[in-house]
Design a protein around this ligand. Structure first.
Ligand SMILES: O=c1ccn([C@H]2C[C@H](O)[C@@H](CO)O2)c(=O)[nH]1
Ligand SMILES: [Zn+2]
Length: 151
């Protein structure tokens, strides 16, 4: 596992924020964009796609993950999510569970505010969501550890 480079991180932020534009969210009017970075350097974006039957909708994070998995990607550096609100939203339980299926326990989950600041980071620590110890870790103040000087 490796952290994103500065260049990757800058691109991740740009693509995550831009991915919100692909959201189909006529019911909630809550746009969400996500972007996965693979270890080979591919960026895979996702957005939420809703349905009149609400549970049939899918979140941005899972859209990105499902795209990645079905395109053959297996190894991921990080995932990021952005909405139009500040502080940023954090991934729901189903998305966390899906991340846990396909991503390393320590993989960073970045949450960007609309102006591109990191609002938080979460790391999954348990295989099963119902027993998970997910920590919404340090807020902006302590974000330096993983993304270094370029956060
Ligand atoms: O982290 C999140 C939180 C919410 N949503 C979507 C689900 C639904 O379409 C809308 C409102 O919850 O936002 C995401 O895609 N990701
Ligand atoms: Zn979700």
């Amino acid at each position: 596992m490796r952290p994103p480079t500065k260049e990757e991180f800058d691109q991740l932020r740009e693509k995550t924020l831009a991915a919100r534009e692909s959201a189909y969210c006529p019911y909630s009017k809550f746009r969400v964009g996500a972007c996965l970075l693979t270890t080979s350097g591919s960026f895979i974006t996702g957005a939420n796609v809703e349905n009149a039957s609400y549970p049939a909708g899918i979140c941005a994070e899972r859209t990105a993950l499902v795209k990645a998995i079905t395109e053959g990607h297996k190894d991921f550096v990080c995932i990021a999510v952005a909405t139009d609100i500040n502080p940023a939203a954090s991934p729901c339980g189903i998305c966390r569970q899906t991340m846990r299926e396909f991503c390393d326990v320590g993989m960073p989950v970045y949450m960007f505010t609309p102006d591109g600041k990191i609002s938080g980071r979460m790391i999954c620590q348990s295989k099963q969501w119902n027993r998970a110890a997910w920590h919404e870790l340090e807020r902006t103040r302590l974000m330096g550890e993983h993304v270094g000087a370029f956060a």
